[in-house]
Design a protein around this ligand. Structure first.
Ligand SMILES: [Cu+2]
Length: 213
């Protein structure tokens, strides 16, 4: 509610477009929608679904430092969210559903510990820059793996030009162009109005007055 009011107050069409893209992105995944407005301050929450199709959706997600990812089991089959110990950035704390501090312990204790049944979720807040690779213990063999890429700021990544990031942040780029076009149109209108007011009242000037020489 407050956010919409703010957008409306911020300015006519630009605000409306930003709101529209937020809604559209929200259908694909919380990550993109929140990334649009969240800025680089961290603390944003992103959602990854775990489905009965035995996938993480989205499989790859980019977040800012300090952001939280929530894995929601939206199906009925149990999954785990288990980091590859060798494939997380140096200095990052090991993370896995069940709270294990190493990958082997997570594997050894599943499913007694670390299982995320249907309707439940696991979340982790990412404080270390870099790519974190993870998997689901029972479905690793059928390719249920994913990555969380932690960057300093989501918008910097878009400008930096990684192909994957450009796809993910495709929607927020649009409002920039729409905003630029809006400003250009306003400027053109002002110039047009200026000329109409200044020269429009004396038709002789435009039609015959200039033909002197
Ligand atoms: Cu699974």
């Amino acid at each position: 509610m407050k956010r919409r009011d703010f957008l409306r107050a911020t300015g006519g069409s630009g605000g409306a477009v930003a709101l529209g893209s937020g809604v559209a992105a929200g259908q694909e995944g919380t990550g993109t929608a929140t990334g649009t407005e969240g800025g680089g301050g961290g603390g944003t929450t992103h959602t990854v679904d775990m489905t009965d199709g035995l996938v993480f959706d989205p499989e790859d997600i980019t977040v800012a430092v300090g952001d939280t990812v929530v894995w929601e089991n939206v199906g009925s089959v149990g999954h785990s969210v288990t980091a590859y110990e060798e494939d997380i950035p140096d200095g990052a704390d090991y993370w896995a559903s069940g709270g294990f501090d190493n990958e082997q312990a997570a594997r050894d204790n599943y499913p007694d510990q670390g299982d995320v049944p249907g309707g439940e979720s696991y979340e982790h807040t990412f404080e270390t820059l870099g790519t974190h690779e993870y998997f689901c213990i029972p479905h690793e063999g059928v390719g249920m793996v994913g990555t969380v890429e932690v960057v300093e700021e989501l918008e910097q990544t878009a400008a930096g030009g990684g192909e994957r990031e450009l796809h993910e942040i495709g929607a927020p780029i649009h409002p920039h162009w729409v905003g630029a076009a809006t400003i250009l149109m306003m400027f053109v209108s002002l110039v047009f109005t200026f000329y109409v007011l200044k020269y429009g009242e004396s038709p002789n000037t435009g039609n015959t007055g200039g033909g002197g020489d």
